[in-house]
Design a protein around this ligand. Structure first.
Ligand SMILES: O=C(O)CCC(=O)C(=O)O
Length: 300
């Protein structure tokens, strides 16, 4: 397996060349991103025609970002508008251009283990997860998420609680990543604000260094690349990422969130908070979330 990369670059490693212990040492233990190739060779493109037999007739949540387009992030009052749409209506919106015009993204659709669509790639997922040592889902009740959206959509800069593997199954995406140690330099929304605390305020396309001076250091460390069809991107927890759909009329991906190696729960105050929440038992956790949203509401 190849050595870890130069600053600003991403390594591609073919699944055939991955040795599980070396993968763990180089990427998972340290929390370093990498692209895995070859894991979806021979799999059909996940075009809307391919998805339709499994998804049509069902409603899924979509996020509409259009209203936020020309507003600086610190002034956002919501991440997006959220509402349900039938799969076939969403495809209609992709075809008519409405999804692009209003920046509507079918996001984080949960595909159950029993879902035939997931079944069609479950052997590929099992193979790459076993090979790379991704053994435990972060949330046992969530199998994977599907993302379907129009060219031009930019998924705003944010970080995730777990180690994510983003499988690119139709079209390609431009990805910008920032090492986890620069998380605070990207000014995540504070706890108890109107926007979730995993979203960052810095606009990396036009950073306002007067308002966010520490973003300078983060911008110098960004890693930017194209994630091609059939590739898998490993995004370690707390690496902030912005993802844009850049070719074909739309793109489709599946992401799976994995538990992180124990020691990485302690790399920052935020990871510790997420860890403590995860190990808190259901009843107390509900009280904490309830309290959290009440306080956030009061502070509005
Ligand atoms: O692919 C996308 O548009 C977003 C995926 C993402 O942000 C994630 O998996 O955390």
């Amino acid at each position: 397996m190849s050595k870890v990369v130069q600053k600003g670059e991403i390594t591609r490693v073919n699944i055939k060349d991955i040795e599980p212990k070396a993968f763990f040492r180089q990427y998972r233990k340290t929390g370093y991103p990498v692209i895995i190739t070859g894991a979806f060779d021979g799999v059909s493109e996940w075009s809307v025609e391919h998805l339709a037999p499994w998804l049509q007739g069902n409603e899924y949540m979509v996020r509409e970002f259009g209203g936020n387009r020309n507003i600086a992030k610190h002034s956002w009052t919501a991440y997006s508008q959220l509402y349900a749409m039938k799969f076939e209506d969403y495809v209609g919106a992709l075809n008519s251009g409405e999804a692009s015009l209003n920046d509507i993204y079918m996001s984080q659709v949960v595909l159950d283990k029993e879902n035939g669509l997931f079944d069609s790639i479950s052997a590929n997922i099992k193979h790459f997860s076993n090979t790379c040592g991704f053994t435990k889902r972060m949330w046992q009740n969530i199998n994977c998420h599907l993302w379907l959206g129009p060219i031009g959509h930019i998924e705003p800069l944010h970080s995730d609680e777990g180690d994510s593997t983003l499988c690119q199954l139709y079209g390609s995406k431009k990805v910008t990543l920032f090492p986890s140690r620069y998380h605070n330099n990207l000014y995540p929304f504070p706890f108890f604000s109107q926007i979730e605390p995993w979203v960052c305020r810095v606009d990396i396309n036009e950073p306002d260094f007067a308002k966010y001076p520490h973003a300078v250091e983060a911008m110098a460390e960004k890693v930017e690349f194209i994630l091609n069809e059939k590739e898998i991107l490993f995004i370690p927890a707390q690496w902030c990422h912005q993802i844009s759909i850049i070719d074909k009329a739309y793109a489709c991906s599946v992401s799976i969130m994995w538990d992180i190696p124990f020691a990485r729960n302690f790399i920052s105050r935020r990871t510790l908070v997420w860890y403590l929440l995860r190990i808190t038992s259901g009843r107390f956790k509900n009280w904490i979330y309830d309290g959290y949203y009440r306080i956030a509401e009061l502070l509005k």
